[in-house]
Unconditional design. Sequence first.
Length: 172
Amino acid sequence: MRKEAFRQGSVLDFPYMYRFRILAVGPLHHDYAKEAAAEYAKRLRPYAKIEVEEVEKRSFRSLSERDRTVGVEGAHLVAHLTNDEFVVALDETGKTVDSQKFAQLLKREGETGRIVTFLIGGPLGLSAETKSAAHLTLSLSPLTFPHEMARVVLLEQLYRAMTILSGKTYHY
């Protein structure tokens, strides 16, 4: 397991600091994904503390190993959860919301002081048991994204939500 934490930035005109955590299966391998993730994490610093934790991705040879693979990966994700966080599983079958509703969800949960934690599965997704450990299952899109791209899209949407809540003109 590798833990990558982004330092907290200064709070500019935001009334409170949000705390987000991304628990993901496997690291980012491609430079474009690493660069985009780092850019959105940097943009988030004035609004939130963001932490990324990666659990080991299991190798698999065929889809017949799917249940066992996602089960082991999911158990590793769930082992990192605590009782004082609001957990959101990202899955293509989850609820879809627009950026405004996503921002309101983050505001509602973030104002409680709890960490909002997002679970991102590996190439085979999340197990039913892992999704049941979450308070909410969200879909980033009806389209399926590679897990690396899902992390970038999530970070961008977190940044977008923070700009919506602070009245910045990023979201039109």
